[in-house]
Design a protein around this ligand. Structure first.
Ligand SMILES: [Zn+2]
Ligand SMILES: [Zn+2]
Length: 306
């Protein structure tokens, strides 16, 4: 039900349609205007066609998993919880009410979301688009029309990886086909050139559009891919980076919201996102065990009395 709520965002709808359109357009141009004219009758046509389509299939599979997976929504309580006492104590510091002050073992870092009206575990944040709190929320991404959180970050990064690969591959194929075309035109006869003149412009237009698309998406995903890896190995989501920077800038800050995580090895942090299986499995949108051994189970209500 919550997943359907995410899809109400019009910007997310447009980005999803744009993503599917860009993928199918790239496939159409590569097959119709790159592989068939330049490699027709050669084994390279089948080889490049197969590899390119496998990359696109993996891209779409990872994208679908990122779109339709639960990013890690904090469950809502079955019965409404009265937070009026906590709110009055907290001086209304945004929507966050720390329950760490209650000094109950096991509840450090838990906060209250006044929008969801529930308790949320450490590192969970409220997404205004999804209208829910998301565990280890990274950001809300319109390209997947979903939040990037603890449970779907792996699929999101895989989607970025395959988009980058598809962009690079299509750039290389277009450039090589263009070079081949220029060479064959120089060597070819004038009659054939005159015959193909109208479609030649169309082919060049498709090459330019696909090159621009590949460069734009390629650079875009490369930057986000890098940011994602940095946020994993530093164990700090962009929201936490921003919050920690703000807390640092505040003089005499004593509020307990500045959370410092225990330093873990980089490989352990990567395994928390990509799963505990073989590194080869990191490349595929397969379900992996939850980040913590034995699984994380968050209840809507932590185990203490308010
Ligand atoms: Zn919330
Ligand atoms: Zn969201």
């Amino acid at each position: 039900m919550a997943a359907f709520r995410c899809r109400r965002d019009p910007c997310g709808f447009i980005c999803l349609i744009l993503t599917y359109f860009s993928v199918f357009y790239a496939d159409y141009v590569v097959i119709q205007y790159v592989l068939i004219p330049a490699y027709s009758g050669s084994v390279w046509c089948t080889l490049h066609g197969s590899v390119f389509n496998i990359i696109l299939l993996l891209l779409l599979a990872c994208h679908s998993k990122a779109v339709f997976s639960d990013p890690g929504m904090v469950p809502l309580p079955e019965t409404a919880i009265d937070f009026s006492d906590l709110r009055s104590q907290s001086n209304r510091l945004n929507d966050r009410v720390s329950v760490a002050d209650l000094s109950t073992p096991g509840c450090e870092g838990w906060t209250v979301c006044s929008r969801c009206e529930t308790y949320r575990p450490p590192r969970a944040h409220h997404c205004r688009v999804c209208q829910r709190c998301i565990r280890r929320m990274d950001h809300h991404c319109p390209w997947i029309n979903n939040c990037v959180g603890e449970l779907n970050q792996k699929y999101f990064i895989q989607f970025l990886f395959y988009t980058g690969m598809a962009s690079l591959y299509s750039m290389a194929l277009v450039v090589s086909a263009w070079v081949w075309r220029i060479r064959s035109e120089r060597e070819g006869d004038g009659d054939k050139e005159g015959e193909e003149a109208p479609s030649k412009h169309l082919i060049v237009a498709h090459y330019i559009i696909l090159l621009v698309e590949s460069i734009l998406f390629g650079v875009f995903v490369l930057v986000i891919f890098y940011d994602q890896l940095v946020s994993i190995i530093t164990d700090e989501t962009p929201i936490e980076q921003m919050r920690n920077r703000l807390m640092k800038d505040k003089p005499n800050n004593t509020h307990p919201t500045h959370i410092t995580h225990t330093r873990k090895p980089k490989i352990a942090l990567l395994r928390e996102v990509f799963g505990r299986g073989s590194i080869i499995c990191w490349l595929f949108p397969l379900h992996s065990s939850p980040p913590s051994a034995g699984g994380i189970s968050y209840s809507a209500l932590p185990d203490y009395d308010v």
